[in-house]
Design a protein around this ligand. Structure first.
Ligand code: NAD
Length: 353
């Protein structure tokens, strides 16, 4: 039996992790610490067993210290972050505050509680991103754990800074840390400002599908359940002080992803009864292709061209292997959004979907 503190557990990946962990580890209890920003959602945690949500900010070191002590917590899985690149371009401050100062606050609390009086067994696992490595050309080798950091957006710079702090607490104080750098996640419970849910829901409501630049920016797509399995492998088999890249093995240009989304939406209208009545504004409701909504828009400032993950280390050291095929994972994700309109419809006022 163990007690975990999951920061940002009411967000997309953290919420999926809480469901995954509570099902896979029925003896464990989870405390979620989440500030419930626009990206956090209480309803994401509905049905998660032995899970308690504490609404609070990771920058409140006293609160974190109290939670670690009161719940006898020896594992922190740290997801909480400002996570959307576009928002970091228009307003970087929140990214510095949460991603850098917030991570330092957690590390301080963990050090104070776990290393005091001779110390105890513990683990601080930090979730980071492949974006800290910068941008690749078409022929460059994929990012490995030894690729030099070269973050290009305020978001990735703030994540890079937090990675360095985690590393420094290991080397300076001996905190038992691991870090994973993952690629673009997709799956259930993703806030519909990110590419896949935004385009799925826009296609259902007949809104344009805005494609940045020429649509040829390449990302590696990781199903969130595979990511959760990768984090579990880091917690169970990761070595203190090590970092692990976790990818989905699906490197695709945005245009191909968008075409796959359109195909899946068109297919759903053929296969699922009643969709034309539920979503009368979708082109697919009138037998038209969803791809007719594609609209090219001005590129994102400083848009990284390509990310690719070399996950050899995670495969060999952790026995990590992604299980989801992209097309199957995308179909499953679309079907989840169709079956869970109660989850995303209340967000439509915030996102314009
Ligand atoms: P998200 O934006 O969906 O969720 C973030 C969560 O953190 C929200 O619930 C929010 O309320 C909470 N939060 C924000 N500021 C907080 C604060 N100061 N105190 C407490 N809680 C706070 O993000 P996500 O997509 O689930 O990403 C989770 C982690 O994974 C992040 O660290 C992100 O950098 C990393 N990551 C995400 C992706 C991806 O594709 N989504 C890819 C690589 C890495």
């Amino acid at each position: 039996m163990a007690n975990l503190l999951v920061t940002g557990g009411a967000g997309f990946i953290g919420g999926n992790f809480v469901h995954y962990w509570s099902e896979a580890h029925p003896g464990d209890s989870i405390v979620v610490l989440d500030a419930l920003t626009y990206a956090g959602n209480r309803s994401t945690l509905e049905g998660a067993e032995r899970t308690r949500l504490v609404e609070g900010d990771i920058r409140e070191t006293d609160l974190v210290t109290r939670l670690l002590r009161e719940h006898d917590i020896a594992t922190i899985v740290h997801f909480a972050a400002e996570s959307h690149v576009d928002r970091s371009i228009t307003g970087p401050d929140a990214f510095i505050d949460t991603n850098i100062l917030g991570t330092n606050s957690l590390l301080k609390a963990a050090r104070a509680v776990w290393l005091a009086g001779g110390g105890r067994e513990h683990r601080f696992h930090h979730i980071s991103t492949d974006e800290v490595y910068g941008s690749l050309g078409p022929e460059d080798p994929a990012f490995s754990e030894t690729t030099a950091y070269a973050p290009n957006s305020p978001y990735s710079a703030s994540k890079a800074a937090s990675d360095h702090l985690v590393r420094a607490y290991h080397h300076t104080y001996g905190l038992n840390v691991t870090t994973s750098n993952c690629s673009n996640n997709y799956g259930p419970y993703q806030y519909p400002e990110k590419l896949i849910p935004l385009f799925l829901l826009n296609a259902l409501s007949g809104k344009p599908l805005p494609i940045y630049g020429d649509g040829m920016n390449v990302r590696d797509w990781l199903h969130v359940e595979d990511h959760c399995r990768g984090i579990e492998a880091c917690l169970e088999r990761g070595e203190p002080g090590e970092t692990y890249n976790i990818g989905g093995g699906a490197e695709l240009p945005n245009l191909e992803v968008i075409e796959a989304i359109c195909r899946e939406v068109d297919r759903a209208f053929e296969e699922v009864e009643g969709l034309a009545e539920r979503y009368p504004d979708a082109p697919a409701a009138a037998g038209q292709p969803s791809a007719s909504l594609k609209t090219f828009v001005e590129d994102r400032a400083g848009h990284d061209r390509r990310y690719a993950i070399d996950e050899t280390k995670a495969r060999s050291a952790l026995a990590y292997e992604p299980r989801h095929d992209f097309d199957e994972g995308l179909r499953q994700t679309l079907r989840w959004y169709l079956a869970n309109e109660d989850w995303w419809r209340p967000l439509s006022g915030q996102t314009g979907i």
